[in-house]
Design a binder for this molecule. Structure first.
Ligand code: SF4
Length: 365
């Protein structure tokens, strides 16, 4: 009952109107670009039509916030290569199956006989490994700081010897930094609620100090998002740049200490290739040397060559870098749809193109 009343409060139309009026009062004199890095934020913005409540000139883009979309072609190729090994069972999240590699998707590899299973967590893959001791079970681990603690936990709990991880976890703060270094038009960040629950709002302080750009952590209900956007506009209006937490019911300044400890014990920070961006220094997680026997790259001695990143005409790199919106792509909704995706942003449920197609979103630029 209490939950229902909270939900109602967070979707209260009267409060939304109040916030929309506040946003109008805070309207900047010049056009501003606010970037979020979270598919859940984009889905809520599109589903509830929040762009229509923003003042003229306030543009909100999704940046590199879809873990499926930013997984590099190299890692997809490695996963395909492993999956095609006879003794291997490759486990991964369902969204990964249709992401284009250089030659094959995992779904196409499965059609060629590869044993690929969809799981909901690393723990599911460990269970499969225990049930199939004659097989090598590889978990293709993708995602940001939200999914990485789950992978860390199974690595630290002494999984069976026939289990290993192809680790492609990535870190959000270095991606924001790369975006600011590359895309100087960004005026503020709506920081992701899920990731911030783990890393804490303090994790953005260095970024704010270095780039003098407002960062506001936001939740996922429509009012959470409008409130966070209002705080960003208020900072811009006052010429301030600070970290603010508009999601205090879930996010603490220091984050989730236990989850951060697990990540620290299982992983080391490494340079990582992001699809659409390239290599970002210290932006990925590799498995620590002490746990190297569970690292699929070591166990199978695999290396894949970098391939062509995107199919001709696909503008995913610009969408991921918040330089374009999905409807800027000539293939959007014609050659490229969720049923026959051309680029990664149309594949994952958190990809901007997939979300815009689903909700009929149009730019407010
Ligand atoms: S519409 Fe398709 S091809 Fe175009 S950017 Fe999006 S995913 Fe890439």
């Amino acid at each position: 009952m209490k939950k229902e009343s909270n939900l109602f409060r967070l979707r209260d139309p009267a409060r939304a109107e109040q916030l929309a009026r506040a946003l109008l009062r805070l309207a900047p004199s010049k056009s501003v670009k606010i970037v979020h890095v979270c598919g859940t934020h984009e889905a809520a913005i599109a589903e509830y039509g929040l762009r229509s409540l923003l003042p003229e000139g306030v543009k909100v883009y999704e940046g590199p916030g879809c873990p499926v979309c930013v997984t590099s072609t190299v890692d997809i190729n490695l996963a395909v290569m492993l999956a095609l090994e006879e003794e291997v069972v490759l486990c991964t999240f369902g969204d990964m199956l249709r992401v284009p590699g250089t030659e094959l998707t995992l779904e196409e590899a499965r059609a060629q006989g590869a044993d690929i299973r969809v799981v909901l967590s690393a723990a599911d893959a460990v269970r499969i490994a225990r049930e199939s001791p004659e097989k090598e079970v590889v978990f293709f681990a993708v995602g940001f700081e939200t999914t990485a603690p789950g992978t860390a936990a199974v690595l630290l709990e002494t999984p069976p010897e026939n289990f290993s991880v192809l680790c492609s976890h990535k870190l959000i703060p270095p991606a924001l930094e790369a975006l600011l270094s590359e895309n100087t038009e960004v005026d503020g960040f709506l920081a992701p609620g899920h990731v911030s629950t783990i890393i804490g709002s303090d994790a953005y302080r260095d970024l704010v100090e270095q780039f003098r750009v407002p960062v506001v952590v936001g939740g996922f209900e429509p009012l959470d998002i409008l409130y966070a956007l209002a705080l960003i506009l208020r900072q811009l209006r006052a010429g301030r740049a600070a970290v603010e937490n508009a999601y205090p019911r879930a996010v603490r300044p220091g984050g989730n200490i236990r989850a951060k400890e697990l990540m620290e014990r299982a992983f080391q920070v490494v340079d990582a290739a992001w699809r659409g961006i390239g290599v970002i220094p210290a932006s990925g997680l590799g498995i620590r040397d002490e746990l190297a026997r569970f690292d699929a790259r070591n166990r199978f001695g695999i290396e894949a060559e970098a391939g062509e990143e995107e199919p001709p005409g696909c503008r995913c790199p610009e969408v991921i870098m918040a330089k374009a919106v999905p409807t800027d792509c000539p293939l959007f909704g014609t050659a490229c749809t969720p049923l026959s995706p051309v680029g990664p942003c149309m594949v994952g449920v958190e990809g901007a193109c997939s979300i815009w197609y689903r909700y009929g979103e149009r730019p407010r630029l």
